[in-house]
Ligand binder design. Structure first.
Ligand SMILES: [Fe+2]
Length: 233
């Protein structure tokens, strides 16, 4: 089974996912053993803490370090993206589209963990209606079911952290979105290189079944059309 990990924190020094190149190399090796052949590196982007320009500068430095360390040692395709925390009026932010997965119009957007506010819903709607963006909401498994229901009324898509599918209750609440083709991406959301996390990731995926996983894989492929591969640069 070939897998796409749409959400991971594997860039050394980019955020709390990995503090060293060695950790990142180990993370990528672990994901590879779990059948992942493509991954999207999605370091956190917190709009109230840094500008798009400084995020890019830092991400490029971290990506360069990873590329040098991996050299020819992996077949993994690595795409550069971001896990963008939505904030009020984000739709007015300059250069926002630069936070899409490199080479695509696909953006992984994270909602705050607090209950959904009208202001955030308004911003999500404005972003979802932009023609140049395809918004994928990160880990919808984490939020209150009523909030998920409200945001999924918008023209956007969803990513699920595979390990959450180990829970029967989560599976039950997300089934309608899987069945309607609204879940288009699965992720490990890997922080650090823990074998136990990979085990949970695989266990969660097994609950989807091969056909279920394959369907999401195909959606992810479409969203990643045109994406640049870090190791080809
Ligand atoms: Fe994450």
């Amino acid at each position: 089974m070939r897998r796409i990990d749409f959400h991971s924190h594997v860039l050394p020094g980019a955020d709390h996912g990995s503090n060293a190149v060695e950790t990142s190399v180990e993370q990528i090796a672990l994901l590879n053993t779990a059948g992942v052949t493509r991954l999207v590196a999605t370091p956190h982007f917190y709009p109230e803490e840094c500008s798009v320009a400084s995020f890019f500068e830092k991400r490029a430095r971290c990506a360069d370090a990873l590329r040098d360390a991996l050299a020819q040692k992996t077949q993994m395709k690595i795409h550069l993206g971001a896990e963008v925390l939505v904030c009020p009026k984000m739709e007015e932010m300059a250069d926002l589209e630069r936070l899409c997965i490199e080479g695509t119009g696909t953006m992984l957007l994270e909602m705050p963990l607090t209950r959904l506010s009208t202001q955030i819903l308004y911003t999500l709607e404005a972003l979802a209606r932009r023609k140049d963006l395809r918004i994928v909401l990160a880990h919808i498994d984490r939020y209150h079911a009523d909030d998920v229901r409200d945001v999924m009324l918008l023209p956007l898509w969803a990513q699920v952290n595979a390990k959450s599918l180990c829970s029967r209750a989560v599976r039950k609440s997300l089934t309608p979105y899987f069945e309607a083709g609204r879940v288009v991406a699965l992720g490990s959301d890997l922080h650090l290189a823990q074998k136990a996390d990979i085990k949970q990731y695989l266990k969660g995926l097994s609950k989807l079944g091969e056909d279920g996983e394959q369907r999401v894989y195909e959606y992810s492929q479409v969203l990643l059309e045109g994406a640049c591969n870090l190791l080809d640069e």
